[in-house]
Design a protein around this ligand. Structure first.
Ligand code: NAP
Length: 228
């Protein structure tokens, strides 16, 4: 690693946006540690010297603690928790079993913040913690309804991200809460607005421009500030 080379940890990189983020940061000369839950053929295919592949499930505290130990010698300019689920997103809240709704909340809101708390000591000075939210997490922009369980989980993530930043304000922590656009992935579906390359190019530009900026910013992939 050269002294000026930036170092990223991308969590939830087996496919979709996480995989695309790994590719764009490698292309831009960063070192990248990418995590998968189970072996990802798409990630394995990247085969770059600057890529390290690790395994972790953000819902499993022991798995996250083991990853934290394995990465003890690393300091990251960017720690980006991308992982998320949209289980039964099209069903109204009352039609979603309680345990399913609770799991969406745990994976999308609780686990990313717990991951951030565990890994804060691995963030390099001048670095940023990024969390993959969604415009659906904006309470004030919710004028169309729908995606109720998912929407609530991302609103919870946004609230918890702000509380995390306040809790660590004395350390000037930088928290980027990001909306990737509506993207053609397994989650976004084939009818989504933009492809993965467009989204991750924009996200990488936004992250690079805002890296290390103290406070919690809620931004889309074009750099536009979103209302909470
Ligand atoms: N696509 C969109 O239009 C859109 C819009 C707004 C926000 N987002 C957000 O962007 C993020 C990525 O979405 P995507 O579209 O790329 O979805 P995706 O193709 O469904 O990928 C989801 C990723 O999250 C990983 N993951 C899920 N649960 C995990 C866990 N417990 N531990 C570790 N990894 C886990 C998956 O790993 P496995 O392969 O092991 O399942 C996969 O890598 C999500 O947070 C999503 O909410 C997406």
């Amino acid at each position: 690693m050269t002294p000026s080379q930036k170092n990223a940890l991308i969590v939830g990189a087996s496919r979709g946006l996480g995989l695309g983020l790994v590719e764009i940061f490698l292309t831009r000369g960063w070192r990248v540690t990418a995590t998968q839950r189970t072996p990802s053929p798409d990630l394995a295919r990247l085969k770059a010297d600057a890529l390290r592949i690790e395994t972790a499930d953000i819902d499993d505290d022991a798995s996250v603690a083991a990853l934290h130990d394995r990465l003890a010698s690393e300091r990251f300019d960017l720690i980006f928790v991308v992982a998320g689920v949209a289980t039964q997103a099209h069903d109204p809240l009352h039609a979603v079993p309680r345990d399913v709704a609770a799991q969406v909340y745990l994976t999308n809101a609780v686990s990313p913040i717990r991951f951030a708390e565990t890994f804060l000591d691995r963030l390099a000075p001048g670095g940023s913690l990024a969390l993959m939210s969604s415009i659906l997490g904006s309470v004030s922009l919710n004028e169309a309804g729908g995606w109720e369980t998912y929407r609530a989980s991302k609103a919870a993530l946004n609230t918890l991200a702000r509380s995390f930043e306040i809790r660590h304000r004395a350390d000037s922590v930088s928290v980027l809460v990001l909306h990737p656009g509506w993207v053609r992935t397994e989650m976004g579906g084939e009818g989504a607005d933009i492809d993965v390359a467009t989204s991750v190019t924009g996200l990488a530009d936004v992250i690079t421009a805002r890296l290390g900026e103290p406070g919690a910013q809620y931004l889309d992939y074009r750099g536009k500030t979103l209302p909470w």
